[in-house]
Write a protein that binds this ligand. Structure first.
Ligand SMILES: Nc1ncnc2c1ncn2[C@@H]1O[C@H](COP(=O)(O)OP(=O)(O)OP(=O)(O)O)[C@@H](O)[C@H]1O
Length: 284
């Protein structure tokens, strides 16, 4: 669970609040997508959920953030991180620096948690396998490509079995095959009770994967709801958010009078196919 209660925040150097009056509760087990233009405050919201704010980044806040049952500001960061995993936008910043191999990198957090040796080996091998990076186990994390580092950063967080996961554009440097691996790994976590805050620009993947989507603009939540509704909202461009190819195609068809009257615009392939099939049937 992640709960923002009337949370506003400014960095130590900010001249104006970066987050304004955020009131959002993400229940246990929910996958909540977060979209918004560059600079809207998405990463900042993720840092607040994961405790970097206020513990590491300082700044001024009002209101409260509660993550995995703990009021973040009142809980030492070392305790917050036992329950909350954060994958940063730039995986290079995530890598501990002290470790010379991917395997050691994955062991780092588990050693801190005091996980028994045999369980540690099992968890690490399982995760390397799942993200198809077993061949990188003995390589230095620094020698890897950005996409490979992104998978290692995700693996290092997932082996810790967090109750809450904050992912900041976890597939930004990955090719489509790598992105599929990440989404498949997240899909496997569904049903384990893990709560996920997923900052993601890839709207089509979000439409498929998220239970809910928030739109953030200038530090405020502008839309909050089911992906089908939020991602088809005509106001998204005003907030610097794109649209899916499916919505674009159907909107164009609607302008030409070729989209079934009363049918919502689609955000996924199956709903687009259903709509166009109906439209074809009507015009036959
Ligand atoms: N450490 C910092 N100190 C001061 N200001 C910051 C800091 N980090 C971010 N900001 C500012 O806070 C605002 C929100 O930034 P944030 O990175 O949260 O946005 P974002 O939506 O994640 O953007 P992007 O999609 O580009 O990553 C921006 O104006 C940014 O310049």
């Amino acid at each position: 669970m992640i709960e923002f209660s009337r949370f506003s925040y400014a960095y130590p150097t900010s001249t104006a609040p970066v987050l304004r009056d955020i009131e959002v509760a993400i229940p246990e087990g929910q996958v909540c997508g977060l979209v918004g233009a560059g600079g809207a405050g998405k990463s900042t919201l993720g840092y607040a959920a994961a405790g970097l704010i206020p513990h590491a980044l300082g700044g001024d806040f009002t209101g409260r953030v509660t993550t995995a049952g703990r009021v973040v500001a009142d809980t030492p960061l070392a305790e917050v991180v036992t329950e909350v995993g954060l994958v940063l936008q730039n995986p290079f910043n995530q890598i501990s620096g002290a470790k010379y191999s991917v395997r050691a990198e994955l062991a780092f957090g588990l050693e801190n948690l005091g996980v028994a040796r045999t369980e540690m080996v099992d968890r690490i091998d399982g995760m390397l396998e799942r993200l198809q990076i077993a061949h990188l186990a003995e390589r230095s994390p620094y020698e890897l490509s950005g996409g490979q580092q992104q998978l290692v950063a995700l693996a290092a967080v997932l082996v810790m079995k967090p109750r809450v996961l904050v992912l900041d554009e976890p597939t930004s440097q990955l090719d489509p095959a790598g992105s599929r691996l990440v989404f498949a790994a997240l899909e496997e976590l569904r049903g384990t009770g893990i709560t996920v805050l997923l900052i993601e620009q890839k709207l089509e993947q979000l439409a498929e994967y998220a239970d809910r989507v928030l739109v953030l603009a200038e530090g405020s939540v502008r839309l909050d709801g089911e992906p089908e509704r939020v991602l088809a909202d005509p106001r998204l461009p005003e907030w610097g958010v794109g649209t899916t190819r499916f919505t674009d195609a159907a909107r164009r068809a609607a302008e030409l009078g070729r989209w079934p009257a009363g049918r919502d615009l689609p955000v996924t392939l199956p709903t687009a196919v259903a709509g166009f099939t109906e439209a074809l049937g009507e015009t036959r």
